[in-house]
Write a protein that binds this ligand. Structure first.
Ligand code: SF4
Ligand code: SF4
Length: 485
């Protein structure tokens, strides 16, 4: 599936060539008997154990700080905890009717109320992305974010009109004057389907089928290489499935309660439309597979391992059954293969060297912060060194160090202020003591001596005032201004 790309054939360096593989069309997964719905930790849950809910019914209060969660099936609430609500299905799938009057002309609040998040994998709330006031360009990401994921390609092949309607809604929500769709050039059928329905004002740009073309930063760079019109702070990027969910929410009043998930098993690749909260055990996954195996969510290159109790979330774009046994890492042989494939022009072998020490200052010099953790270097390393994972750990270490340094700088400022306050206090106390001593001296002296002491004190006060005035006029002088002769 993956091979080192030929540099001469493409305008950009790095990355891994992706070969198109056959996959099944979208099938609808059976209704789960139970759904465990993840809840935003900032949200306030509105349902209690024993309540009956309908499909699409909000489970949390509408709030400015949290994306609303919805019941993905109808049935009875059997658990209501801080971060999860579990529903036992009544097998009826009766739909809740939404009233959108309060969100008229307010896309941000509407999308938040419909539970919309980015479906490319990061699950960043859609309404937060819309907060960018300067955005004038919508970049639609139609390049899969991983070589083993086909859910967006299948969606474009089967529901292009709905996606394009969703893109039109996104353009309106952003107020964008330009829209570009970036798509990998090996998605022939999806390109045909989309182009057949595409209006003139939306431009489709083919980018090389090279992983990680679907990474937002890389896609923007690739598209900008062809148009020159995508400025960093003026571009908002939405995944193709996110645009589809905008269509469903606006035109069908359907909140985000399901998504397309690519299931990759040994002999087949399927695309299933799955209700959010469906347990993996209900998807007939990993049956008849010999151990050892691991279940990886989020793609072959950047995914994370889950266990059999995992339930589908809004960010679950793929589930992969991995039967390959992880090979033990061996020492780096300095072959340079990792450097050849890095799309960010980094030096992974040098980064590895300094991440092992670790030398955070050298890592920063080598621009570790620009690593997008795509895992291309891992994929080609003959020593099986888990480079991207090490780089992620090193980034966390640098972040920790920066937080510590920031805390230390704040503590230093606080200590210096404390010292200055102490000094001021002791000067004040000394002055008060001097005054008191003088008053006592006067009180105990004879009349003539009293007069002399008072005169002396007045004289001291006068000369202090004179010195103060002189200092003040010196400090008010403009630079370079001479004293009048
Ligand atoms: S690919 Fe692996 S062995 Fe080769 S230089 Fe990079 S880290 Fe070392
Ligand atoms: S994980 Fe980082 S260093 Fe490795 S290829 Fe990707 S961007 Fe380059």
């Amino acid at each position: 599936m993956l091979g080192i790309r030929e540099h001469k054939n493409h305008q950009v360096r790095g990355g891994l060539q992706i070969d198109a593989l056959p996959f099944d069309d979208i099938q609808v997964a059976p209704l789960p008997s139970i759904a465990h719905i993840p809840i935003d930790s900032a949200a306030e849950i509105t349902v209690s154990v024993g309540d009956e809910v309908l499909t699409g019914q909000p489970l949390t209060h509408f709030s400015n700080h949290a994306v609303t969660s919805h019941a993905s099936i109808s049935g009875k609430i059997i658990r209501s905890a801080t971060n999860i609500v579990s529903i036992e299905s009544d097998n009826q799938d009766t739909t809740y009717s939404h009233d959108h009057q309060q969100f008229k002309n307010n896309y941000k609040a509407f999308f938040r109320s419909m539970g919309l998040v980015g479906l490319g994998g990061a699950a960043f709330p859609v309404d937060k992305k819309l907060n960018s006031l300067q955005a004038t360009t919508l970049l639609v990401n139609a390049a899969e974010c991983d070589p083993a994921i086909y859910c967006d390609e299948a969606l474009m092949q089967e529901r292009p009109k709905e996606i394009i309607e969703g893109i039109r809604i996104a353009i309106e929500a952003i107020g964008a004057s330009q829209c570009i769709i970036g798509i990998e050039d090996n998605k022939t059928k999806a390109i045909q389907q989309m182009e057949r329905n595409l209006p003139n004002h939306i431009k489709m740009i083919r980018v090389p089928a090279i992983y990680p073309s679907g990474a937002e930063k890389t896609l923007q760079r690739l598209c900008n290489g062809k148009t020159g019109s995508l400025k960093d702070n003026e571009t908002i990027c939405f995944n193709i499935a996110t645009c589809y969910s905008m269509y469903q929410s606006v035109k069908k009043s359907k909140p985000l309660i399901s998504r397309i998930v690519t299931i990759v098993e040994k002999n087949a690749t399927r695309n299933l439309e799955v209700r959010i909260g469906t347990p993996l055990t209900e998807l007939q996954i990993a049956h008849n597979i010999q151990t050892p195996y691991s279940i990886i969510c989020g793609g072959r290159m950047m995914g994370w391992t889950v266990n059999r109790d995992y339930c589908v979330e809004k960010r679950t774009n793929s589930i992969l059954i991995n039967t390959e046994v992880q090979k033990d890492a061996r020492p780096c042989i300095r072959c340079g293969a990792c450097e050849d494939v890095c799309p960010e022009n980094l030096l992974p072998q040098h980064l590895f060297w300094h991440a092992s020490t670790p030398d955070t200052s050298k890592l920063q010099d080598l621009k570790l912060d620009q690593c997008i953790e795509c895992g291309c270097c891992d994929a080609v390393c003959p020593s099986h060194i888990p480079l991207a994972g090490l780089f992620n750990d090193a980034k966390l270490l640098i972040q920790q160090e920066k937080t510590e340094q920031h805390k230390a700088a704040l503590a230093k400022i606080r200590y210096e202020k404390h010292l200055a306050r102490q000094k001021e206090k002791s000067v004040r106390q000394r002055k008060q003591l001097d005054t008191k001593t003088e008053t006592l001296k006067i009180a105990s002296a004879s009349e003539d001596a009293k007069k002399a002491l008072i005169a002396k004190a007045l004289q001291r006060q006068k000369s202090r005032q004179h010195q103060k005035n002189k200092d003040l006029s010196e400090s008010n002088k403009k630079p370079g201004q001479e004293s009048p002769r």
